[in-house]
Design a binder for this molecule. Sequence first.
Ligand SMILES: O=C(O)CCC(=O)C(=O)O
Length: 275
Amino acid sequence: MSQYDLQDYLFDLRGYLILEKAIDADLLGELNAAFDAFPDLSFGEWWGNVQRLDNNGHAGAELQNIVEAGKPFEALIDHPSWIDRLRRYCGEDGTYVQGLFIDECFASIRRNGGYFPVHSGGQDGVIRNQFRFVNGKFRCGQVNILLALTDIGPGDGGTRILPGSHKSNFAHPVFARDFSERAKDTDETVEGSIEVNMKAGDALMFVDALSHGATKRINPGDRRVVIYRYGPTWGQTRYGFRYSQELLERVTPAQRRILEPILPREPGAARGLER
Ligand SMILES: O=C(O)CCC(=O)C(=O)O
C-alpha cells in the first residue's frame, strides 16, 4: 500500500470512508428480497438464531445476528469491497493474533419518526472501539460497515457522524444529557456533525470510536441498512450470540475463520490442531 493512499489519509483524518457501489445490483436485490421476507417480529422475539433487539426504543426494528438469515448475509462476511481494508485497520495485521472477528451484525429498518442519538467518540478512551495508529500500522479496535440497501437522502433517517471525533479529547456538549433522555429528543442538533447520504449499494466504513447516530426519519417508507462490526480475532460477540454450527459448516473456510477465529479447545477433540 502506497504511503500516499487517499483512503488511508481520509480514514485517519475523518474516521470514516464512503465505499460507493460496494455491492452489485444482484446482491442488493437479494438482500432487499430477504428484508421483504422478514417475519414481523416483536421486541425480543427469535427467528431461528436471529433476534429482534432494537437498540434504544427509537431507532427502529433491529434484527441482531443477521448473518444467520441466509446466503446474501453470508456474502457480506468477507466481501471484497471491504475485507482487505478491514484487515489492515482492525485485523492486528502482521501479528500473532492477526485476523478478524464479527462481533455484531444486524439489519436495521427505520420508519417515520425513527432516530438514534449521536454517541461514542475518542474522548471515552474505550479500548474495544478505539482508533489507534502505531509505528506505521492501523490498530483500531472496531471498524463498522454500514451498508445502505435503500437510497438514503435528506429526511430518510441517515447516519449522522462527527468527522474527526474518533480523536476527540473532549465530549461533545450534547453528551452532557443522559442518552435515554436524548433518545426522546428526536430533534436534537449536534453542532459540527454531518448526515451521510448514500445510494443503495454504497457502504459507510467507520471506526466505532467516531461519534455516530442517526437523524430522525421524516419521510414515509423504510430506511434499510445492514451493519457488520469487525474487530480482532480475540473479540466476543457484543450481546453473547453464538454463530450456529449449521452456519459455521456451510460458509467458506475463509468466512468461517472470521466467525470462529479461535476454535473451541476441549478434551479429546481433534479440533484445535488444524490451524
Ligand atoms: O442507524 C444508524 O444509522 C446508526 C446506528 C448506530 O448509531 C449504532 O448502531 O450504533
